[in-house]
Design a protein around this ligand. Structure first.
Ligand code: MN
Length: 227
């Protein structure tokens, strides 16, 4: 059997300190997972169950550059800890959920906020604001054997050296095992799935020439220039 067209390239993210690649199957992103960010976006953090949207696997870009996308004048950065799954399943129990994690990384959930806002107002899906080319700049993954399972520690974003976002992993409303548990009730999780675990307060716009540096304490740092 032959493919009738060339098979698309497998999306990947590298594994820190090795030549190895982690193949990406899906990318789930949680919304409003830090109370202070939910509040800054005009929502009550206590009354909402978790919700997720997806980016496309090939939206991941490790180049350290972010091309300013078309049809927007308000692109925002969102620093997030990335969770990479080595196994999956359905109805995964809270207890033992972390056994499915391969490792963790630092990623940016780049957002065409103006387009997202229009879609929100119209009650339409968010894809156009969230899942565009190179919308997931990301650094390498660090295996659990190196970084454990980070539950607390500073998460921050600096732009041109100026601190924009600051928070702590312990402020996540839905913790990593809870996200795995919840997602696996609605989807079948599988090896290669990534979860972007939400962003703390302080999101804001970037322009060409800006340098974004995101840090998740205990995981790593990722630098990306807007071009
Ligand atoms: Mn986000």
């Amino acid at each position: 059997m032959n493919y009738v067209i060339d098979a698309p390239q497998q999306a990947t993210v590298s594994v820190a300190g090795t030549d190895d690649l982690f193949p990406i199957r899906r990318i789930y992103c949680i919304g409003r997972n830090y109370a202070d960010h939910a509040i800054e976006m005009g929502h009550d953090p206590d009354r909402e169950p978790p919700f997720f949207f997806q980016k496309n696997p090939n939206n991941v870009d490790e180049s350290g550059t972010f091309p300013y996308p078309p049809h927007t004048e308000d692109v925002h950065f969102e620093i997030e800890m990335v969770v990479a799954l080595k196994s999956g399943g359905r109805n995964i129990a809270l207890d033992g959920a972390l056994d499915h994690v391969f490792g963790y990384g630092v990623g940016f959930d780049m957002t065409r906020r103006d387009l997202q806002s229009v879609m929100k107002k119209m009650g339409r899906p968010w894809e156009i604001g969230k899942a565009f080319e190179q919308s997931a700049p990301m650094g390498p993954l660090y295996p659990v054997s190196q970084v454990g399972h980070p539950e607390a520690g500073r998460i921050e974003m600096k732009v041109n050296g100026e601190q924009k976002q600051i928070g702590d992993l312990n402020q996540m409303i839905w913790k990593v095992p809870e996200m795995i548990n919840y997602l696996s009730d609605y989807y079948e999780l599988a090896p290669g799935d990534l979860i972007m675990s939400g962003t703390p307060a302080g999101v804001g716009p970037i322009v060409r020439g800006d340098v974004m540096v995101g840090t998740v304490k205990g995981v790593g740092e990722f630098r990306c220039e807007v071009i």
